[in-house]
Ligand binder design. Structure first.
Ligand code: AMP
Length: 116
């Protein structure tokens, strides 16, 4: 996946503001933050969507552990945070490399305003 932007970031070919790295999972600040804390939690392995994650249960557990660790490290574990994983077209996934948005540092609005 030579051209995948997140593959290039985790390989160090594109710079990022890294906040966490377990070897298998990397977390870095989103370049277009939607909250005072907006971190992307990304596995090194190129997996396209959340649909594919159940085939990698150990990695899925490590991602969840990374999310909790980053929330603690960023000081939002107790104040609260939101985790968003966009998948495919209707989910608004722009980068086809599985990732989770960790948002916090302010009161976040209602999650869904229109259920239609
Ligand atoms: P999604 O819509 O869930 O695929 O989200 C992709 C996210 O990646 C967006 O919030 C972008 O702002 C973020 N993003 C894209 N390129 C970079 C980059 N080079 N460094 C940091 N964040 C990025």
């Amino acid at each position: 996946m030579a051209e995948c932007i997140f593959c290039r970031i985790v390989r160090g070919e594109i710079s990022c503001d890294k906040v966490y790295d377990t070897g298998q999972v990397v977390a870095f600040k989103d370049r277009n933050p939607k909250a005072p804390v907006h971190v992307l939690v990304v596995p090194r392995q190129h997996i396209e969507t959340i649909n594919d994650l159940p085939r990698h249960p150990e990695l899925a557990a490590e991602i969840l552990n990374a999310i909790a660790s980053v929330a603690r490290a960023c000081g939002i574990a107790e104040s609260g945070f939101r985790v968003i994983g966009n998948a495919n077209r209707d989910g608004g996934q722009e980068v086809p490399h599985v990732h989770f948005h960790l948002l916090g540092g302010r009161q976040l609005g209602a999650m869904v305003s229109d259920a239609s």
